[in-house]
Design a protein around this ligand. Structure first.
Ligand code: SF4
Length: 1001
């Protein structure tokens, strides 16, 4: 049929309302077609800046999400045992009175006894503020088990991030590297961008163990082994340095490459940036090279290039008399970026770039030496590096856009390096993810490829200072509120939340010596730590949209038992669990009080610039959701409930002087709440008459203006502020006027991360705040200010062997985490010949589990929510295990066989499927399709129960030494993708049926 005759957008109802999609994290604009008050059809809003009318399978299936049989319909009070799904329906008044009683007692006693954690929440600007008013430090959203490595590494390196805080310059980039990108995050913008690139013939390279989704349309697929991306990125840097393919001019203008790092081994200042009396970083210039007013030396420090290593611009050390030390931020200087120098006070110092070069020019990053570990041959690595450099330097672009830098210097053009990168959870979800992300950012920076034409671009409100200035709140005011938001970016050991012995204060151990830079908390550790009472018992666990009873937990079987754990008196160890969700998920079964949320089509929401923005590189944008239909059940929007609870608790700023609620509901809060004078939740149509943007007084008609405008607001960045925003005065002045930054100071990118060195120095015995002895070696190792690669993959704890248990006791300060009874048994791996009678701990080794196992997000489903959607279930209602054909053959398996996938935590019977677009050493499956029988109102024999499976069972929540959470030692990011497994035969490979057997050595 000719396309011209298709009527794709013919109205199907009697009314169309705009709002914002919530079927994934992307937040596209949608139009909801209604007939007689019911949803008939959803399509994309052509005017919306995120998706320009594009809609995906998930988004258009939102109707079935709204009418899902799994929707909760009434507040529920548990009447049976936890896990038994026995509830009594109650009225809201009773539910809120009960919650108020529990929470009120806590606040009077100790606010930290409330653990308030949210999952895929898009209202963290509200929930974080609420936690602050309540006064609990135990708050976070789900970033700790999603991609905090990505966020933290970016923020500490260049004041931005991949994820939703930046994007490739889709119109100009000539070479894009996608590193471990999940297919559902930032979905439609990436699809639109990739489409632009394909139409221009630009090259796309996908680095991923699995070729699905975006990778399937890439020009080149590099099947890297899981967890080795940092090694590969390091080898690319090695090649760039070795061949002198670095943008030195960019480095000395916008990074700390030339900042002098003190070399004073053993001293308290070793590794810190040398600063002048005014506190400003210092650098070295030649006596003759500071020529204020004459323009800067176009070729900094090159004349001694050949003095030592090729490719390293190193000074020969004999010229100190010809050098002088100056303020590194001075304009029009030509700082040296290699060599060792003597400071006026006699201390030695080297430019930060020297340390980067020393690290990555080392043999361990040579392509030949990383090739086998990465699974990428050396020739390919060299070619990729050459292609990156060619695109950056031989295909450089220059735009005729005049701009002014932060020194006030005028520039007529903008030089661009059209190489861009994007990375996501495949990089982040490893125990080495923070440093891997940093390494990728260093690679970008060396190419001059951050916020230049054709490269990766910031999205407003970024860039921010690197790191941003907000630190996690540590104390309470007299009125019981925290002094600030519970989350933030520590800059030194003094910012940690630890007690006098250096032990964690937070329930999830974030911002402790275990995970100092845990900017998003560690939701994945909360349940275990609450049961074990480390650091302290809590009273109430308050969860929102976090399916911790199933696919949001590691070691799911153990987690489910922990939720039911009782003390000697028979009381639950977590006395109260409140859960808010719209759907009858697995977690509902473990809840004492269920507060049913609305669907996303039934409420107001705020996609705020204070939270996770929807801006793109050209404009700042925010959005709302409006209720397009009224609830037909006894449910309430979570945000309304939260504000109601705050008012009932008489929390500061949630009641007025008479004790009456300060806000009628969330919509009222969105309009009237001010975070700072003139700065509120929404940036559009501010001021009493709606004429202001960014900052301005609350406007009572603001929501109406949003609705009239398709439920979004956008404002374009001035053209002169299009690029170089880390040092672009035109942009920074605009950003300041919008309330995004406090000053117009430039953002200096941190090739060398001094913040990390401050923690390392503390671990080496310097400063007032130092780690306990048990943490010193770990902090010293992982808080390296220069990124590095290490093998973060560990086997999970194998079993309850006495020796291991003693070690655990010691680590817990004499407390035994199992003193109240055994946790689920560990280890169910058949002994090999000659190993009968040996414990699993003695038997298991890395060789026993040679395959990496990961999950991928399907484009058609977003977490557990989407996989219960009737339309989306028609695409897939069960998952299989994908294995490379050679790997299958090596195990004498065929597609369609049922076999076992095993880790030290247990084994799962799964159907295997040959998949040539999988790295041979990796197996994988779709995430969160397998479900627990009884949940989501699915039929008793639903494929999700019978055939589908959940890989999480095999992932240990603890690292192999049992002491720490299974995560990155810098940020605590959950190491989902470090799982190692093996395949085992089943005696009846053609008999279908999924089964999980926990290890029970
Ligand atoms: S990409 Fe995400 S937000 Fe956009 S339409 Fe699809 S599901 Fe909705």
């Amino acid at each position: 049929m000719p396309h011209a005759h298709l009527e794709l957008n013919r109205p199907t109802g009697d009314e169309v309302k705009t709002t914002t999609c919530y079927m994934c994290a992307c937040r596209c604009g949608i139009r909801v077609h209604l007939k007689n008050g019911r949803v008939r059809y959803i399509d994309g809003n052509p005017e919306h800046p995120v998706n320009r009318g594009v809609i995906c399978a998930k988004g258009s299936s939102g109707m079935m999400q709204h009418y899902s049989p799994a929707r909760l319909s009434k507040p529920l009070l548990r009447v049976g045992e936890r896990g038994a799904r026995e509830f009594r329906e109650i009225e809201w008044d009773e539910a809120l009175a009960l919650a108020t009683k529990w929470l009120g007692d806590i606040r009077a006693r100790n606010p930290d006894e409330l653990a308030f954690f949210t999952g895929r929440d898009q209202s963290q600007a509200l929930t974080g503020w609420w936690a602050q008013q309540f006064g609990t430090i135990n708050y976070a959203a789900h970033g700790g088990f999603c991609s905090v490595n990505m966020a933290a590494a970016g923020m500490y390196t260049f004041g931005g991030s991949f994820w939703e805080f930046g994007e490739p310059d889709w119109d100009r980039t000539k070479y894009l590297m996608l590193w471990g990108v999940a297919e559902d995050h930032d979905s439609n913008p990436i699809k639109l961008g990739l489409g632009k690139m394909k139409s221009r013939g630009a090259k796309i390279v996908a680095i991923n163990p699995v070729r699905t989704g975006y990778a399937s349309i890439a020009d080149e697929w590099v099947p890297v082994n899981p967890g080795t991306d940092g090694l590969l990125a390091g080898a690319l840097i090695h090649e760039l340095l070795r061949n002198d393919r670095v943008d030195f001019d960019y480095l000395v203008r916008y990074t700390n490459a030339h900042h002098l790092v003190i070399r004073d081994p053993g001293a308290a200042d070793d590794g810190l940036i040398a600063r002048g009396a005014d506190g400003k970083p210092l650098c070295v210039v030649r006596q003759s090279s500071s020529r204020p007013g004459n323009g800067r030396d176009p070729d900094p420090g090159t004349e001694n290039l050949k003095a030592l290593d090729s490719g390293l611009r190193r000074n020969d050390g004999q010229q100190s008399r010809a050098h002088r030390v100056v303020d590194a931020a001075l304009p029009d200087i030509a700082p040296l970026i290699a060599g060792e120098y003597t400071l006026p006070d006699g201390r030695k110092a080297v430019p930060a770039f020297q340390l980067i070069a020393e690290r990555f020019l080392a043999d361990e990053y040579a392509p030949e030496n990383v090739s086998e570990r990465c699974g990428v041959d050396a020739e390919t690595i060299r070619r990729l590096a050459a292609e990156l450099a060619h695109a950056a330097f031989e295909e450089a672009i220059e735009l005729p856009i005049a701009w002014t830098d932060t020194h006030g210097r005028k520039h007529d053009t903008m030089l661009g390096r059209p190489v861009s990168m994007h990375a996501m959870r495949g990089i982040a979800a490893h125990a080495n993810g923070f440093h891997t992300c940093r390494t990728i950012h260093v690679l970008q920076i060396l190419l001059g490829a951050i916020d230049t034409p054709g490269s990766f671009r910031y999205q407003p409100p970024y860039p921010k200072p690197a790191p941003p200035g907000n630190k996690p709140a540590k104390s309470r005011k007299p009125d019981g509120t925290l002094t600030g938001n519970p989350l933030g970016y520590p800059q030194s050991p003094a910012d940690l939340l630890v007690d006098e012995e250096g032990q964690p204060r937070r329930l999830d151990h974030a911002f402790s010596w275990e995970f100092p830079l845990a900017a998003h908390g560690l939701l994945q550790s909360v349940i275990r730590n609450a049961v074990e009472g480390i650091p302290a018992k809590i009273d109430t666990l308050f969860l929102f949209m976090a399916n911790m009873g199933w696919n949001s937990a590691m070691d799911t079987a153990t987690t489910r038992k922990l939720l039911c754990a009782r003390d000697d008196a028979g009381n639950y160890k977590i006395p109260h669990i409140i859960y808010v969700d719209a759907y009858d998920s697995e977690t509902v079964a473990f809840t004492d009080l269920v507060l049913p949320d609305t669907t996303y089509l039934e409420r107001y929401d705020c996609i705020s610039l204070l939270d996770r923005p929807i801006s793109d590189a050209e404009m700042a944008a925010d959005a709302i959701r409006q209720p397009v239909v009224q609830p037909d059940r006894d449910v309430r929007p979570f945000q309304d409930v939260l504000l109601d609870l705050g008012a009932r608790l008489k929390l500061p700023n949630m009641v007025d002087g008479n004790g009456a609620p300060a806000y009628k509901n969330y919509a009222d809060y969105m309009v009237r709440h001010e975070r700072a004078p003139g700065v509120g939740m929404l940036a559009g149509w501010r001021g009493a008459d709606g004429s202001q943007q960014g900052k301005g007084a609350p406007n009572p008609d603001q929501l109406q203006r949003y609705i009239e405008h398709g439920c979004f607001f956008e404002t374009k960045i001035p053209e002169a502020g299009a690029y170089y925003r880390m040092a672009n005065r035109d942009y920074l002045q605009w950003a300041q006027s919008m309330g995004f930054v406090g000053s117009t100071e430039p953002v200096t990118m941190q090739l060398y991360c001094e913040v990390l060195q401050r923690f390392r120095l503390a671990a080496q015995g310097h400063g007032a705040v130092q780690p306990p002895e048990s943490e010193r070696a770990r902090v010293t190792r992982y808080f390296d200010p220069v990124p590095f690669w290490y093998d973060g993959i560990q086997l999970p704890p194998p079993l309850a062997g006495e020796a291991t248990r003693s070690a655990e006791r010691a680590a817990l300060g004499g407390r035994d985490s199992r003193e109240d009874g055994p946790l689920p048994a560990f280890g169910h791996l058949p002994p090999r010949a000659g190993e009968e009678g040996k414990s699993l701990g003695a038997r298991a080794s890395a060789q026993d589990f040679p395959l990496s196992a990961i999950t991928q997000r399907p484009m058609f489903m977003y977490h557990a929510w989407g996989s219960q959607n009737r339309w989306l279930r028609q695409i897939a209602a069960r998952n299989v295990l994908y294995v490379h054909p050679r790997t299958l053959a090596a195990h004498a398996l065929e597609s369609g066989d049922w076999a076992w996938i095993a880790s030290p935590r247990g084994r799962i019977r799964v159907e295997v499927c040959a998949h040539a677009a999988t790295a041979p050493g990796t197996v994988w499956t779709w995430n969160a399709i397998g479900k627990k029988r009884g949940a989501w109102k699915l039929a008793e024999r639903a494929p999700e129960f019978v055939d589908g499976f959940l890989l999480n069972h095999l992932i240990g929540e603890r690292a192999s030494n049992r002491t720490y959470a299974n995560g990155d030692p810098v940020t605590g990011q959950a190491a989902w993708f470090d799982l190692k497994v093996r395949l085992e035969h089943d005696p009846e490979p053609r008999v279908p049926g999924h089964r999980f057997e926990p290890a029970d050595d």
